[in-house]
Design a protein around this ligand. Structure first.
Ligand SMILES: Nc1ncnc2c1ncn2[C@@H]1O[C@H](COP(=O)(O)OP(=O)(O)OP(=O)(O)O)[C@@H](O)[C@H]1O
Length: 650
């Protein structure tokens, strides 16, 4: 209302007067008392303006931005593509700001150090203006910054002091920056630094080392090697705020007779030169040693692999033919139909490489003599009663055959050893594809593949949910590490139905961001529901859309551990587009599909279980995004009740 908006209303009217000489803000009508509802580009939270988005409206005038700084509750400010001129004013009053976009204007003068006081900022775009002067050191205070775009200005000086650990998106191209690219930014592509003739190092050509005279050891400086030899002459990267200056000739004069130097001075110069020589060689040695040592193949980035030369399973004792009467129970190997059989001994002989430890136990990759690769899950703890119950449960799981489930081949049961044998999925998990090896240099997961994975996982889950009326089946542990990719990169759910078998483990597994709010948090009680599966699936969709892991939903170091709640708050407070993975921004024309998928994800993660859709409708909704599923791979549901056969190797 007019009363509560009093302060901001005054500021808005001042903004209109200062900026809108072109008369494009006609909807900003003084006699209309509700700016929040009807003024173009104005959004409020409660009674205060929190977003001002006025793009491409020919706003102009040097007094425009100063007027905007009166809106001290702004979270989002975008004045992109206008005709703003003059300098950027002190912005410290905008301390709540998270997104600041002023690109494509005619702003001039330096970037004010006060930008560094906007510590909640995670996107800053000042590209395509006429800004001059250095990149202020105060930017290092923006520890949450994900995007920094300062391209196409006339910024100068070194960037060697810039350290922004969370940065994902950087563009400093087309400026007059100089000196070395700092190690913290060296992994960004050369395009991020292009068209700065005096920049070097990192992805750009190597820097040349210029050394000052011995009396000023701090004058060691870097410059690009060719082609910019001329430009290199005026580079001195010493203090962060230093402007380029011409490096004076620094060779000490050695004409002793003219300078009237005595022998001692000569000795001092020789010793001085020697010291410089040693320092330079030391520096070069360290540089090249690090460069080449860094490329040595011994520095593997893969996870550590543990390879057992003999079988890690306890079953080994019994299979190796323990003496009769020793008390060893010989177990039973049961194969499901359609799977090639092998002997238990084959499995035990195969060398096993540990894949990881999960809530249910430890998983191994084993290669049999005939080359078949299988994944063996060694269960840690089974809470289902006895052998009978275990077997009947296995029989149900063995019947779950679907192109989007990891094929369950066989199981082994003995009193103190339970093994589950699955097809090995060679292309890793969705978790690894999304979150492994983030940062520059990784291959991004494109939108069509993400849609296909979402579709496949939804179909797999829908199949489980409708596979059996009694007991009602759930997955119980849907999460991105349990969505694996087969040879053709189809998504396949792992661990289907294990939740009923190992309830305690399932409770542990439900932590880490996928646990439905209604799930009991206390521990050992068996608990799983189809609605909770839908919730967990919704979290997976949010992971696919945001690129963020489920257990670390906070942006910019905020401790919000809950991805769904983080997404809701961003959609409410900022722009919907702000939640999407930056990696997806390079694909054109997918916004509508992403927004449609976001709606599905948000309905799946509704707090109230009965507001969540059934997984069957989720499948339909995802299919509808691409008009009937299009290229999202057809499903061939099958549930043949007769596929179990029992074969006892004993
Ligand atoms: N059939 C399989 N093929 C390839 N890799 C697999 C297979 N099954 C599991 N893995 C991988 O082995 C690792 C451990 O899996 P496991 O299922 O034991 O634990 P988890 O998925 O981390 O947790 P949870 O037990 O809660 O599901 C994971 O990295 C998983 O991606």
């Amino acid at each position: 209302s007019l009363d509560t908006l009093d302060g901001d209303l005054g500021a808005l009217l001042e903004i209109k007067a200062a900026c809108d000489s072109a008369g494009r803000l006609a909807s900003w009508n003084r006699s209309d008392p509700s700016p929040c509802a009807s003024w173009h580009g104005v959004t409020c939270a409660g009674s205060r303006v929190n977003r001002l988005v006025l793009e491409g409206l020919s706003l102009s005038g040097p007094a425009c931005l100063p007027a905007v700084t009166r809106l001290d509750q702004l979270r989002v400010l975008s004045l992109k593509s206008n005709r703003l001129s003059g300098t950027i004013p002190n912005v410290s009053s905008l301390s709540a700001l998270k997104l600041l976009f002023l690109s494509h204007n005619q702003l001039s003068g330096p970037i004010p150090p006060s930008v560094g006081s906007l510590v909640r900022l995670y996107r800053l775009d000042l590209g395509s203006n006429n800004l001059t002067g250095p990149v202020p050191a105060s930017l290092n205070r923006l520890s949450r910054l994900l995007t920094l775009r300062l391209d196409s200005n006339r910024l100068s000086g070194p960037i060697s002091g810039l350290v922004l650990p969370r940065l994902q998106d950087l563009n400093l191209s087309s400026n007059l920056l100089s000196g070395g690219v700092p190690p913290s930014l060296a992994a960004f592509p050369a395009t991020a630094f292009a068209e700065n003739p005096a920049l070097c190092g990192g992805p750009l050509p190597t820097c040349r080392v210029l050394v000052g005279k011995p009396s000023r050891p701090s004058a060691t400086t870097v410059a690009p090697v060719p082609p910019a030899a001329a430009a290199a002459a005026d580079v001195v990267a010493s203090s962060p705020s230093a402007r380029p200056e011409v490096a004076p000739p620094r060779r000490p004069a050695v004409d002793a007779s003219r300078a009237g130097m005595n022998r001692m001075a000569m000795v001092a110069i020789v010793v001085g030169d020697f010291v410089v020589l040693v320092l330079v060689s030391g520096f070069l040695f360290c540089y090249f040693w690090r460069k080449f040592a860094g490329k040595s193949p011994s520095r593997l980035h893969e996870g550590e692999k543990i390879v057992y030369s003999s079988s890690p399973y306890a079953a080994q004792g019994s299979a190796a033919g323990a003496p009769t009467g020793s008390g060893f129970e010989r177990g039973k190997m049961v194969f499901f139909e359609g799977t090639k059989r092998f002997l238990l001994e084959d499995l035990l002989r195969a060398s096993a490489e540990m894949l990881g430890k999960g809530g249910y136990g430890t998983a191994y990759r084993a290669v049999l003599d005939d080359g078949t690769v299988v994944a063996v899950k060694r269960l840690r703890e089974v809470l289902v009663g006895g052998k009978r119950e275990f077997e009947s449960h296995m029989e149900i799981l063995g019947r779950l055959r679907h192109p989007n489930l990891v094929p369950f081949k066989a199981y082994y049961y003995a009193r103190d050893e339970k093994l589950l044998v699955y097809d090995y999925m060679p292309n890793g998990s969705l978790f690894f594809l999304l979150h492994g090896n983030r940062g520059p240099g990784r291959t991004p997961l494109d939108w069509t593949i993400r849609m296909r994975i979402a579709m496949g996982a939804a179909r797999g889950l829908a199949f489980i949910h409708q596979a059996s009326r009694s007991p009602k089946l759930t997955h119980g542990n849907t999460k991105s590490t349990n969505i694996l990719l087969d040879k053709e990169c189809n998504a396949r759910l792992a661990d289907a139905g294990l939740a009923l078998l190992c309830p305690a483990a399932a409770v542990a597994g439900r932590a880490g961001g996928y646990r439905a709010p209604e799930a009991p948090g206390d521990g050992r009680r068996p608990w799983a529901s189809q609605r909770a599966d839908v919730y967990a699936f919704g979290v997976v969709l949010l992971e696919l859309l945001t690129g963020k892991p489920a257990a670390d939903g906070g942006v910019g170091g905020e401790a919000a551990a809950d991805l769904p709640r983080w997404v809701q708050s961003v959609v409410r407070e900022e722009w919907t587009a702000e939640v999407f993975d930056l990696e997806l921004m390079r694909y054109k024309g997918i916004e509508e599909e992403m927004v449609a998928m976001l709606r599905i994800a948000m309905s799946c993660t509704a707090l109230a279980p009965d507001q969540r859709p059934k997984i069957g409708s989720v499948v339909k909704m995802i299919e509808d995004i691409r008009g009937g599923g299009g290229d999202l791979s057809p499903s061939h549901d099958s549930f043949d009740s007769d596929s179990t056969s029992v074969s006892d190797t004993a």
